[in-house]
Design a protein around this ligand. Structure first.
Ligand code: SDX
Length: 394
């Protein structure tokens, strides 16, 4: 069996917990889902297989995979009345704002899977979340570009279906490019789970009170949106665009090193990885594959990214602080090349991370010793003192 890993109690976290789902070794740059290295899962598997692994702990047999995939496929449509939520938003609303609102609103529809004490309802809610996130994400995109919503096609696999819901239009046939679909599927695998990151801790804390899973996932989406977390993929591309050319990189490296300057190199550094994020390596390879497939010879943003990484990795500030590219550094270039607007990058991150949030929520709920989360604090405020009448205040 796999070597038992112990959770390093020294690692500070608001909701330190035990989990059997994902293991990260930040010094070695290791990432395992249920013991399997991320490199092998990304190379050999697909996202839905990874969903099964994260949820149930084992790689599915062919029969188990078929059953799981068909259950997910049968839940890809959303209630037709969901469309009315979208029409309430401004067309230029950020798609993440739409996601927080509409995913939270699922708890206003699916009353038959809100009781977290019922294992069957928990299973239904999990399948619904995984199945409907691509549909809702695609609707958020269509709404932002003023095109009609596209229904899921059950004849397509999970990621191909998502691409057609995003990019097909009524007036012409849309053919999913298998290479792009495979690349996006691999990108979803890379984003599926990551131990107790901020948004997963948010979902666990919200779920620990017994709140329903749809509301907990909405809380996770809200947290992921921040530029220090999932919003970094959007911010990293904006940074590369702002830098614009290789010549201007030194100016930004200096800003990143200046303690008085709030500027951070987006897509660099990590709370846990003090080595190269293993996902970033796979993302860089996927980026080259996608650009080649699309016949994009020299993307100036990629040139800036590669040169920025080269300079940073040789700079004593970044070496001493162990700052390396993370998963968000190359993802934006890849997703932009695929045709997604930057405002959708974090939505795609949320789509993929939903299975990690749900798996960790399920693990917590099914732990009989589970209690409501209650992070403690170190009080550094005023000591006890008596009330002062307003006329006596200075
Ligand atoms: C994700 O937690 C997860 O697992 C998240 C995630 C997941 O899958 O869920 O991996 C996804 O969110 C990846 C991270 C995406 N964020 C960004 O790329 C934003 C830019 N990165 C920084 O904001 C920062 O690196 C954080 C927020 C990611 C981590 O910040 P910390 O906790 O300050 O990092 P650290 O403690 O390792 O910093 C060490 C030092 C600090 O300087 P000192 O206080 O020691 O003087 O390095 C500095 C930091 O100020 N530093 C940076 C930097 N990141 C950290 N300096 C310049 N540029 C950076 N990007």
């Amino acid at each position: 069996g796999s070597k038992m890993f112990t959770y390093d109690p020294g690692f500070t976290s608001t909701a330190s917990c035990e989990s059997k789902i994902t293991y990260i070794d930040g010094d070695e740059g290791v990432l395992l889902y249920r013991g399997y290295p991320i490199e092998q899962l990304a190379e050999n598997g697909n996202f839905l297989e990874t969903c099964y692994l994260l949820l149930y702990g084992e790689l599915p047999t062919a029969a188990q995979y078929e059953d799981f995939a068909s259950r997910v496929t049968r839940h890809t449509m959303v209630h037709e009345q969901m469309n009315r939520f979208f029409s309430g938003f401004r067309r230029d609303a950020h798609p993440m704002a739409v996601m927080v609102g509409t995913v939270g609103a699922l708890s206003a529809f699916y009353h038959d899977s809100l009781d977290i004490a019922d294992p069957f309802q928990r299973m239904v809610a999990s399948i619904r979340m995984i199945a409907k996130m691509p549909t809702i994400a695609a609707m958020a995109y269509k709404y932002s570009v003023g095109q009609p919503f596209v229904y899921p096609k059950n004849s397509l696999d999970y990621t191909a279906n998502f691409l057609q819901m995003c990019f097909s239009i009524p007036c012409e046939e849309y053919k999913v490019d298998p290479v792009l679909s495979r690349a996006l599927d691999r990108i979803f695998i890379l984003h599926a789970d990551h131990e107790q990151n901020a948004s997963t801790s948010t979902v666990r804390l919200a779920g620990s009170s017994g709140a329903n899973p749809f509301a907990c996932i909405a809380a996770g989406i809200a947290c992921l949106w921040g530029p220090a977390h999932g919003g970094a993929n959007e911010a990293a591309l904006a940074m590369l665009q702002e830098i614009g050319s290789v010549e201007r990189i030194p100016e930004y490296i200096a800003k990143a090193k200046d303690k008085n300057d709030p500027f951070r190199l987006m897509g660099f550094g990590h709370r846990v990885y003090k080595n190269y994020d293993p996902r970033a390596k796979i993302m860089q390879k996927t980026c080259h594959e996608v650009l080649t497939t699309l016949g994009i010879k020299d993307d100036p943003l990629l040139d800036v990214a590669i040169e920025l990484e080269r300079i940073a990795l040789h700079d004593e500030y970044f070496i001493e602080k162990k700052l390396y590219p993370n998963i968000d550094f190359y993802s934006g270039i890849t997703l932009k090349a695929m045709g997604f607007p930057t405002s959708m990058f974090t939505v795609l991150f949320a789509l993929a991370r939903t299975v990690g949030w749900i798996a960790q929520w399920k693990e917590m709920i099914e732990d009989p010793s589970q209690k409501i989360g209650r992070p403690r604090q170190l009080y550094t405020g005023a000591t006890r003192r008596d009330y002062i009448a307003v006329e006596d205040r200075v």
